[in-house]
Design a protein around this ligand. Structure first.
Ligand code: PEP
Ligand code: MG
Length: 312
């Protein structure tokens, strides 16, 4: 964290009109954990569990997975840690497994699709998460969910691991929250229905924007072609925030836009009060939010987008 933001480290991000915003860290490896305190993060909003698998020469064993997750929980202390189950496929390749050749990997066999087709792998990971969360607050979320049924099936796998731990007499997590990543436009249109099965929603804006604008995030020719502050983007984000608010489901954003000051200000104005980002984003975003009047910015934005209210 740059020295310019050092003095903000112990300050809460509160806008000038009094909105408290939780600024969380995106992490994935042990080396990221010191950033929790160095950057003054309010917790880990996105723990990318696939990183451990990607930097390893072989599939991490149950104990190794459990160990990493537990270290993350301990490093965060009283602050929440949200683990995302494996988001493999697409741009995330394992060196020890031959990739399945696909024409369009970003919209191919990836993330929760692999998890549900190979439930053994996913259950193994969920087992490690449940073990790591023993006696603690455990938050888990699923990536690239496109239908409510996928969320229901994923949650059922998690519940089975809780039941298994119970049957074996293991110590259970003191508190459990199971959430969904909203990173496909189809799920935005089912946000109310998926909230019936999710304790929280985390918007994966990197993928949501690539699918929304049909612009490959890994293709430099097109990845900057869209504007996440343009009316259609703000409109879908506002739709998600508003529907979650009406449903009393906590909602956050964890894509790259959450770590850019101007975009972060707009997200807060739209109603997102939890943002998760890389460590370097926390100081600049905090400084911007502390100078922001969110209600005023909201008044500027709303006439330019169509805010769709809850579907009946
Ligand atoms: C996202 O898609 O916004 C996200 C946070 O997940 P990832 O970048 O790992 O796909
Ligand atoms: Mg994603």
């Amino acid at each position: 964290m740059s020295r310019a933001y050092d003095q903000l480290r112990f300050k809460k991000a509160v806008t000038r009109d009094g909105i408290e915003v939780d600024l969380m860290l995106n992490a994935g490896l042990l080396v990221d954990l010191p950033q929790l305190d160095l950057a003054g993060a309010d917790g880990i909003g996105l723990f990318r569990t696939e990183f451990q698998f990607m930097v390893s020469d072989f599939m991490p064993r149950l104990e190794q997975q459990t160990d990493l997750y537990r270290k993350a929980i301990l490093a965060a202390g009283d602050r929440p840690v949200t683990f995302r189950t494996l988001d493999l496929g697409g741009d995330k390749i394992l060196p020890y497994i031959d990739p399945v050749p696909e024409e369009n990997p970003a919209i191919g066999w990836r993330a929760i699709r692999i998890g549900l087709d190979r439930p053994g792998l996913m259950r193994y990971q969920l087992r490690a998460l449940v073990a790591a969360g023993a006696g603690r607050h455990l938050r888990v979320m699923f990536p690239m969910v496109t239908t409510v049924e996928e969320m229901v099936a994923s949650r059922a796998l998690f519940d089975r691991e809780i039941e298994r731990a119970k049957t074996l007499g293991r110590e259970l997590p003191a508190k459990v929250e199971v959430g969904v990543m909203l990173e496909t436009p189809s799920l935005a249109w089912q946000v109310i229905s998926v909230c019936d099965h999710a304790d929280f929603v985390s918007v994966g804006a990197n993928d949501l924007m690539q699918f929304f604008f049909a612009a490959d995030r890994d293709n430099a020719r097109v990845s900057d072609r869209y504007d996440p502050l343009s009316p259609p983007a703000l409109s879908i984000l506002s739709f998600i925030a508003e529907n979650c608010r009406q449903n009393n489901t906590p909602v956050s954003v964890c894509g790259e836009i959450a770590g850019r000051p101007l975009e972060a200000a707009c997200l807060v104005a739209l109603g997102f009060h939890t943002l998760s980002m890389s460590a370097t984003g926390i100081g600049p975003v905090k400084s911007t939010l502390m100078a922001l009047n969110a209600a005023e910015l909201r008044e500027l934005i709303l006439p330019n987008i169509k805010v769709t209210s809850r579907l009946s």
